[in-house]
Design a protein around this ligand. Structure first.
Ligand SMILES: NC(=O)c1ccc[n+]([C@@H]2O[C@H](COP(=O)([O-])OP(=O)(O)OC[C@H]3O[C@@H](n4cnc5c(N)ncnc54)[C@H](O)[C@@H]3O)[C@@H](O)[C@H]2O)c1
Length: 250
């Protein structure tokens, strides 16, 4: 491809947009003239997020683990903005951590699975039909280095994030002959409010494994995401991008 469309005036659906990575990427999109649908379970967070955005946006209270919610969110985004060009699925939870598998209640594992992996499945499944019609789309599922390496004390999180990486690999290939790319991203530790839900010992364990000996910051992840979902990034699909300060070796 020799000429690329501009990201300006595109439409992005960002999940987990009320906090952390989703919120930061939504702000970046908005600053560049992208119309953004902000999806989160917590309406108060969406109100705050919306006021911090520069351009047009839509607030959608929805739970990514509910197929009905996600289908409705996609319908609402399309009826408001006419199309969806970009999806960044940043909704995610850590669940119980700093605990061995014997100490993880099965219902907590199921909850983490429902949000992290079933949520990624629901989002991709819901947006692909309209992207296929337009023969264009960029889907990015936020996974984690935990999905590649496995973090002790984080069995549910690691397993579901490994699933997200596998999901992107499979569906990336399914749509490879269209103009749609589907990738995942595996960050190491980025300081966001998700850390309020994780014991400090677990955060120290993860941070010590990073060869750069520091956490990533939001600016670094936003810049990676901005590139991955850009029109110019057109020859990579089904891939798991790295953002791990040297921890990932493949
Ligand atoms: N921060 C890190 O160190 C790190 C590292 C690797 C991967 N990740 C992943 O990045 C993504 C974003 O994490 P973050 O650090 O910004 O966390 P965060 O807690 O700051 O933000 C996550 C947002 O997702 C929302 N959310 C949770 N469950 C939801 C659901 N069922 N439906 C819709 N929204 C829901 C929350 O309300 C919250 O606003 C997550 O998938 C996380 O696993 C984070």
């Amino acid at each position: 491809m020799s000429s690329f469309q501009s990201i300006e005036k595109q439409v992005a659906l960002v999940t987990g947009a009320g906090s952390g990575i989703g919120l930061s990427v939504a702000r970046q999109f908005s600053a560049e003239g992208v119309r953004v649908a902000l999806l989160d379970t917590v309406s108060g967070k969406l109100d705050e997020a919306a006021t911090s955005l520069k351009g047009e946006c839509l607030k959608v209270v929805a739970d990514v683990s509910s197929e009905t919610d996600v289908q409705a969110a996609v319908t609402k985004t399309k009826s408001t903005f006419g199309q969806i060009d970009i999806v960044v699925n940043a909704a995610g939870i850590a669940g119980i951590t700093n605990a061995t598998i014997e100490n993880i209640p099965t219902d907590n594992f199921i909850k983490v699975f429902q949000v992290n992996l079933l949520g990624s499945f629901n989002i991709a499944k819901a947006v692909l039909p309209s992207m296929k019609e337009r023969n264009y789309g960029r889907i990015l599922l936020i996974a984690s280095i935990a999905g590649k390496e496995g973090n002790a004390g984080m069995a549910s999180y690691s397993a579901t994030k490994a699933g997200v990486i596998g999901l992107a690999k499979a569906i990336g290939k399914e749509y490879a002959e269209t103009g749609i790319t589907i990738n995942s991203l595996a960050p190491a530790v980025i300081k966001t409010p998700i850390h309020d839900t994780i014991p400090q010992d677990q955060i120290d364990y993860m941070t010590e494994k990073i060869p750069m000996k520091r956490c990533g910051d939001l600016e670094e992840i936003v810049s990676a995401i901005r590139f991955i979902v850009s029109p110019e990034n057109s020859f990579t699909t089904g891939f798991c991008y790295d953002l791990s300060g040297g921890r990932a070796t493949y």
